[in-house]
Design a binder for this molecule. Sequence first.
Ligand SMILES: [Zn+2]
Length: 115
Amino acid sequence: MADTPNPPWEPTAWLREAVSERIRLMTQAVPRAALDDDMAILMQLTEASEDATREERDRWEYTCDRCGQYCPPDGVWGFATGHVELVVSGIKILVTMGLCRVCRQAEQVPMSKGG
Ligand SMILES: [Zn+2]
């Protein structure tokens, strides 16, 4: 199974590890045979805990997935969301994440929403 992330740039060790872990969890939950070849899967790099309160969820929504910095939506931290597109075992996977300005520059992840 070719699980090596293959975005069009060199991901850092952190991003490789984080994405690999998410894919490992996904493939544990969903067997490859259950997936169609032409489907794409959208997954988040991190998730709020299942028992998170509304407030905790809102906070998670604006917390950098890489460094854990809470970045309130006032734009000061340059928080933005983006994704990495991978092909794992023939399945296209979009891994979405939210990163602060510093981490975004470190990862060079294409971001869709500036903040
Ligand atoms: Zn960060």
